[in-house]
Design a protein. Structure first.
Length: 301
């Protein structure tokens, strides 16, 4: 029997990753990657996405498959009706993407972190949990809640923020602002490390693996403590069955060990401190697989 399949695209700030996905199993039947080159502007990125999709559609024909459509995750805000509503990485606001891509297939858009959560819900670490929190910790930090089997979108479709805005405390010296993403994301860690040491270009991966020296280990310890406190408070508010961590840092066993050790100390209810803290099972494929699953959501009504 010919599998029902779709094209899933994860358009990142640095890389476009796409796959031809079997919608019944979540298996990637073929995949392609290409640099985003976001600095060249939105139209140029569209051209690269179109090239990847055309290549995958050719591969689908070779395999005797007919994709039912294209699901695409973006590192931007996407409204509930599928319109791009921000331009942090490249500007696709007001563009008819389906027409510009030049492919005669239905197109469904969503934010990339929601695609990752959907992939994990269908085929990964979220399969056995009706209510879970999914957090992507990579270049940036985003979060999604799955509540009673439904991925929460929010009133406008923007329920993805986590630590991107300042929190303010007030002491004797007046207001003090702290921004988690600027301190504990991959990009934030590199920037803070450079400010402290004068050494640019050191990655969060190098810090967590210990190859950035004592300064890197100290910063990683501080950042995981800050992250654990935020995640603990999110757990206190949402009361999920499990926490799933994805993104580049979530793929690190050392990082996850620190999260599992630190988060319970910030969970208020003692009975909830044994909450499963899980790594994203689909890894780098989560966004592509989840993007393809957007077509199943659309198909289901």
């Amino acid at each position: 029997m010919t599998p029902r399949c779709a094209l899933g695209v994860d358009v990142g700030g640095t890389k476009i990753a796409a796959a031809l996905v079997d919608l019944a199993t979540g298996k990637a039947l073929a995949s392609r990657t290409l640099a985003t080159a976001a600095q060249e502007g939105g139209p140029a990125v569209i051209g690269r996405v179109a090239r990847v999709l055309q290549d995958l559609q050719t591969e689908a024909r070779r395999l005797g498959l007919m994709p039912v459509g294209i699901g695409m995750g973006l590192p931007e805000l996407v409204t509930r009706d599928g319109r791009v509503a921000s331009a942090w990485n490249f500007d696709w606001q007001g563009i008819d993407l389906a027409a510009d891509l030049g492919l005669d297939l239905p197109l469904v858009l969503d934010s990339d972190v929601r695609c990752g959560a959907l992939g994990e819900q269908r085929f990964g670490a979220g399969r056995n949990h009706a209510t879970f929190s999914y957090v992507s910790i990579g270049t940036g930090i985003s979060a999604i809640q799955c509540i009673d089997g439904q991925i929460h979108r929010g009133a406008n479709g923007f329920a993805i923020h986590f630590g991107s805005g300042d929190l303010v405390t007030v002491g004797r010296d007046g207001p003090q602002a702290f921004n988690l993403e600027a301190f504990a994301s991959g990009a934030g860690l590199s920037a803070v490390y450079a400010a402290r040491t004068g050494i640019a270009g050191v990655t969060a991966r190098e810090m967590i693996e210990g190859s950035a020296g004592a300064a890197g280990l100290e910063l990683m310890d501080q950042s995981t403590t800050a992250m654990a406190s935020f995640l603990g408070q999110m757990i206190n508010m949402i009361d999920p069955e499990a926490l799933i961590i994805g993104g580049g840092l979530g793929a690190s066993a050392s990082y996850m060990a620190q999260m599992r050790a630190k988060i319970p100390g910030y969970i208020w209810a003692e009975t909830c401190r044994a909450l499963p803290i899980l790594s994203c099972q689909l890894g780098a494929m989560a966004g592509m697989i989840g993007a393809a699953c957007l077509l199943e959501q659309s198909h289901a009504g």
